[in-house]
Structures are given as C-alpha cells and as structure tokens.
Ligand binder design. Structure first.
Ligand code: AP5
Ligand code: ZN
Length: 216
C-alpha cells in the first residue's frame, strides 16, 4: 500500500499517518520530520544547501526547494523498510512535486485528503507539543501526555516547534491554499482521491480513513 496524506498544516496528517502506518505495517515518512532531523544535525549530506538556510525557510513557513526535498525523500523511499509500502505525510506539496514524483517512476494507490477549517487549524497548532526524540505529537487539550510535558513513549521533554508561531502558521496556511490544495483535483482526476472530514475525534477519523481504503 502506497499512500499520501494531504491536508493543511495541523490538519492531523502526522497523527493519522502514524496510526495508518502501524495498521498497514508500512513505513511512515514525514518530509517535515526528515527536514527537521536534517537541520537538527542528525543527517549529513554535503551536497545540500546550508542547514541554516533550510532552517530559516522552515521557520518562516515557506517551502524548501523541490530538488532538496525530493533528494532527501528518494533516499528514504529506496530504503528496505519501504518495501511493503509507505504513507507519506507532507509530500507532495505542489503540482510540480506531484509531477516530479510520477516522472521519477513512483505512484500512489490512494491520496487521502483531510479537511479542517482554518480557525480550527490555528487552535490545533498553537496547542501542539512534540517529542524531538521519537516524533510523537501531542496537544495540550485534545491529546495531552500522561505526565505533563513528557513524552508517553520515551519520557523525553516535549517541545513546541519553532514554526508553530502565529506568523509562520498564517504563512503556511496561505501557501497551503495557493500552492498545495490544487493537488486535490490532480489526484481526483487520476481517480485515487479519498476525502475525509478532519474535525471529528482522532479515532473516528482513523476509522473513516480505514473504511475508505478497504477497496484500495
Ligand atoms: P510539516 O512538518 O509537514 O508541517 P505541516 O504540513 O505544516 O503539518 P503539521 O506537521 O504542522 O501538521 P499535521 O497535519 O501533521 O498535524 P498534526 O498531526 O501534527 O512541514 C514543516 C515545514 O517543512 C514546511 O512548512 C516546509 O517549510 C517544509 N516542508 C515539509 N515538506 C515539504 C515539501 N514536500 N516541500 C517543501 N517544503 C516542505 O496535528 C496538529 C495538532 O492537532 C497536534 O497537536 C495534534 O495532537 C492535534 N490533532 C490532530 N488531530 C486532531 C483531531 N482530530 N482533533 C483534535 N486535535 C487533533
Ligand atoms: Zn518520544
């Protein structure tokens, strides 16, 4: 099974992708997480632009260049744990990226679009905390950890992402509407689009997605 999850920043792509990856026993690949690990120093590649440059692009909420993101993604797609399939979260983010993916010989079985109104997005992102160690995502109200401030999985201290400030979120939403959203029609035209309302509970949304994917 090869999936991509589409949706605005904070729509719940990462939250759902993680559960779907466990359910289908496929790899979860978040391009945002790959970039954060790269700029945080865990991955080294001398051919890439300066890490500080990428860090600044992400902090502002702009998109990093297509060749940079695709080069990092391709390495991951070719790794052994993707042999059974994968669920991408954060890619593609433009029609150009969707075409690049196809032109390089990759394809999805399904594209799942999660829709959430902008006012709810801002509330979700401002309450989000995340574990930099294992990547688990929490919300101060909707999905609090058992011990305040610590990751349930590994006990690490939870942090707020440095692109989760209001100005960056506003910019990310603008880019989503202008550059990313047209991908929905691109995959609808290919007959692989599955749409889900992203404003219910996390568990209900997971069940809706699983039901939609039964025929895939
Ligand atoms: P990325 O990390 O992909 O960020 P994003 O798209 O802005 O998405 P988020 O991670 O903010 O949200 P999400 O939809 O995963 O929601 P989550 O599950 O966390 O990208 C970051 C940056 O990297 C980009 O701005 C760009 O610069 C760069 N980048 C990445 N990919 C790129 C690409 N392909 N090309 C170019 N640049 C790229 O949920 C959000 C919160 O809500 C959490 O607190 C969660 O607990 C809570 N929540 C989730 N579901 C529910 C629910 N149903 N009810 C209540 N709360 C919920
Ligand atoms: Zn953790």
């Amino acid at each position: 099974m090869k999936l991509t999850i589409l949706g605005a920043p904070g729509a719940g792509k990462g939250t759902q992708a993680r559960t779907l990856a466990e359910h289908f026993k496929i790899a979860h690949i978040s391009t945002g997480d790959i970039l954060r690990r790269f700029t945080g120093g865990e991955v080294s590649d001398d051919t890439m632009p300066e890490k500080a440059e990428l860090d600044e692009i992400m902090r502002k909420g702009d998109l990093v260049p297509d060749d940079v993101i695709f080069s990092l993604l391709k390495t991951r797609l070719e790794s052994d744990d993707c042999a059974r399939g994968y669920v991408l979260d954060g890619f593609p983010r433009s029609i150009a990226q969707a075409k690049l993916f196809g032109n390089e010989g990759y394809r999805f079985d399904a594209a799942v679009s999660i829709s959430v109104r902008d006012e709810i997005i801002v509330e979700r992102i401002s309450g989000r905390t995340a574990c930099e160690h294992c990547g688990r995502v929490y919300h101060r109200i909707y999905h609090p950890p058992k011990n305040e401030g610590d990751c349930d999985e590994c006990g690490n201290e939870l942090m707020q992402r440095n692109d989760d400030k209001v100005q960056s979120v506003v910019n990310r939403l603008k880019i989503y509407h202008e550059v990313t959203k047209p991908i929905i029609e691109f995959y609808r035209a290919q007959g692989i689009l599955y749409e889900v309302d992203g404003e219910g509970s996390v568990g209900d949304i997971t069940e809706s997605i699983k039901a939609l994917l039964l025929d895939v």
